[in-house]
Every structure is written in C-alpha cells, then in structure tokens.
Design a protein. Structure first.
Length: 417
C-alpha cells in the first residue's frame, strides 16, 4: 500500500518586514501622539494667558488622556466590526480638527473641551494599530513592528512638545496650534499611502459576540496585570513631564517655553532604547524586563530632586527610558498572550493606561499645589512602587501557558521572521 503524500504546506501570507513598512508603522505612532502632550512645553504660558490654576492647567493634559481612556474600549469594538486601515487614517485626520480650533480659544475651559476632543481621536490610531500589527505579522517581525510603533509614538510625543515650545518663541501659541493641525493633515495622507491593506481581518458585527469577548477578556489574568501595570506607567510619565515644567519655569530656573521644549530632547533616548528593548524582550521575557525598567524609572524620578539643571535632565532621561521599555514589554506581553479579540484587548489596556495618565495629571496637580516638587516626586515614587509589585507578584514568566492553555512557543529571536 503506497504512502499518502504529505499535504502541501499552507502558504504564509503575512507581511514580511521591510524598511518602508517599518517607517510607515513608526509614522503611525508619530501622528497619533504628536498632539497628545504638545501643550506640556507651554503650560506656564497657557496658565498665565488663560488665568488658570495649577490643577486646571494640569488638566489641559489630563483631559486628553481621559478622553482616550473613555473611548478606547469602544474603538476596539468598532474596529473589530468595521476594519483597521481606514479607521487609523480617519483618526489621524480627525486629530487636526480640534487642533485647528485651538487657534480661537479664549478660556481655559474652552481649551479643556478641545483637548478632550483631541483625545477622542487618538484610540482610533493607538488601539487599532496594535490589533492590525498582531493580525498581519508574526514572530520577531511582530515584535519589531510593535517596538517600531512605540518608537514612533515616543518620537511623536517629543516632536509635539518640541515644536510647540519653539513655535511659540516666534509666534503666538494660537498660531502654533494651526501649524500643528497642518502636520496631522499631511500625516493622514502619508499613512493612507504607506500602510498595507489588511489580509487577516475578519469582521465581527455581532454585539453578543463582542460582549462575550469582553467578558472573557475582563477575566483574563494576563490582561488584568497588563492593565494595572499600564495605569501606573502613564501615571508616572504624565505626572513627571507635566509638572516638571512648572518646577523649571519657577525660581530659581525661570525657563522659557523654548527652554522647556529642549528639556524634552530626553525623549529621543526612547527612540534609541525602545528598538533595543525589542531585541531583549524575547530573550529574557516581559516580566524581567518590566521589573528592571520600573526600578530604573523610579531611580530617575528620585534623581529629579537634585538642584542642578543637568542633574534634573539626566534624571528625566533615565525615567523616560525606563517608562518606554516598560511600555514596549507590556504591549509585547499582550500581543503574545491574548489571541482572541486583540483590538478589544488593546482598547481595554489603553483605557486603563490613559486612566492612569488622567489620574497622574490630577493627583500630581494636587501634590504640587500642597507639597511642591518634592510632594510630586513622593507621589510618583509611590505609584511606581505599586507597579513594580504588580509585575513581581502577578506577571507570569517565560514558562507560563498562553491564554488558550497551550504551551508557550519559543520566543521569537532577532533575525527570524
């Protein structure tokens, strides 16, 4: 009896890693986050011109991240039903609208409303992009594109602060917001042209299925850990980089908006560190990466208590690197361990992550009002200690089973697709 010939291998139609693709994914991150924190470098000027309190002007950052937190889970469901690429492109375009309207703002309350509207557009990029990458790429390619996206988001966060700070050195801040709106309009066209279409997206328009998926994800221990950790990560980042501006604008430093914009050059370290994290995470695992990165970040926060400007800048750089690596490891952790409802899982994660950002802006505003910069640092360190304990106690290591209960595959290595 002749042997049955083996079945031909199923062709792998997932996209391969190319330089243009990596650059496009990074640009998605840039245009998603270029507006989110742009006001941080001009907070002292906004506080003065709009006659705002410390808590109110801190909420100029907090309202944006609150909107992101509130809308992220729903964007996940919308994307699961309607698609990926078009939603990313429309969201990049939508960010330009409230940004352009800021050229007409006359009060801090008007600013807060428009900042909230900006935040409503961000999850259409941030949530959907992670789901898109998880569907269309595999192995080390997926990890590298996630780290590329995070790198782009870091660069976007830097460029927003840097451009706004320096633009307001030469023009009114209202005019500068108009220039920032033009950048997002150009970004929408670039993303539409450069991002390849989805091949593996399967629409799910049944509400009952989405609700069932939501219930499973809410009970998923890995996602619970990631969401809790994400809350502490953005709490620290927003609290630190919002109120350090008020600290450096006050005595004895008296920094201008351009000086404050230059401080955010430390964000460029994240552009270098995050891709390196993509090489390390598959080897040592997300848990070890997070434990080390959070500890480094907390040391940086403590270092910001030093008086010399150079020491504060070094401390900010150390903290930023720790936060970026933590974020990259946590997102890779989700991509590996959540195999169903990825877009909704990303939405839940970003909901918790940005709730942490809003809480950081609000709580650190109170801490700064009551205790100055030392009180803010104490608050930040307490939250980072909580994040470290969450990762140490509840984050599984390399040998833990996946969500489906199957053994964990070999971690992807650098150079493999």
């Amino acid at each position: 009896m002749s042997a049955v010939p083996p079945a031909p291998p199923v062709p792998d139609d997932h996209y391969r890693l190319t330089i243009p693709l990596l650059l496009t994914v990074a640009l998605v991150g840039v245009f998603a986050f270029i507006q989110v924190y742009s006001v941080q470098s001009i907070l002292p000027e906004l506080q003065r011109d709009l006659n705002a309190t410390v808590v109110e002007i801190g909420n100029a950052v907090g309202m944006t991240v609150l909107a992101v937190a509130l809308i992220s889970p729903f964007i996940g469901m919308l994307s699961d039903a309607l698609g990926r690429k078009w939603l990313i492109t429309v969201s990049v375009f939508a960010l330009a609208v409230p940004t352009a309207l800021m050229t007409q703002v006359e009060s801090v309350h008007g600013l807060l409303v428009l900042r909230f509207l900006q935040g409503l557009a961000v999850p259409g990029v941030s949530v959907v992009a992670i789901a898109y990458i998880g569907e269309e790429f595999r192995g080390a390619t997926m990890v590298r594109l996630i780290t590329g996206y995070v790198t782009g988001s870091v660069l976007g966060g830097f460029l927003g602060r840097f451009l706004m700070g320096h633009l307001t050195e030469f023009m009114a801040w209202r005019t500068a917001f108009g220039a920032m709106a033009v950048i997002n309009l150009a970004g929408a066209w670039l993303v539409w042209r450069g991002l390849p279409p989805s091949r593996h997206f399967v629409a799910n328009t049944r509400i009952s299925d989405n609700l069932a998926t939501l219930g499973r994800l809410l009970r998923n221990p890995a996602l619970q850990v990631a969401c809790s950790l994400g809350f502490t990560v953005l709490f620290a980042l927003v609290g630190l980089f919002t109120f350090v501006n008020l600290h450096l604008a006050a005595e004895p430093y008296h920094f201008s908006s351009g000086d404050l914009a230059n401080i955010f050059t430390v964000y460029l370290l994240g552009v270098l560190v995050t891709p390196l994290a993509g090489q390390v995470i598959p080897r040592i695992g997300s848990r070890r990466t997070v434990l080390g990165a959070v500890a480094v970040s907390a040391l940086g926060v403590l270092g910001s208590l030093a008086a010399p400007v150079w020491a504060i800048v070094v401390a900010l750089a150390v903290t930023a690197c720790g936060v970026f690596v933590t974020q990259s490891a946590t997102m890779s952790f989700i991509a590996h361990r959540v195999t169903h409802g990825r877009s909704l899982a990303s939405g839940l994660y970003y909901g918790a992550y940005y709730c942490g950002g809003f809480a950081g802006a609000w709580a650190c505003g109170i801490a700064y009002t009551l205790g100055g910069w030392p009180g803010t640092v104490a608050t930040l360190c307490a939250v980072q200690a909580l994040g470290w304990l969450i990762a140490w106690r509840f984050m599984p290591g390399l040998s833990a089973p996946l969500e489906s209960g199957q053994p964990r595959p070999e971690p992807p290595r650098a150079g493999r697709n």
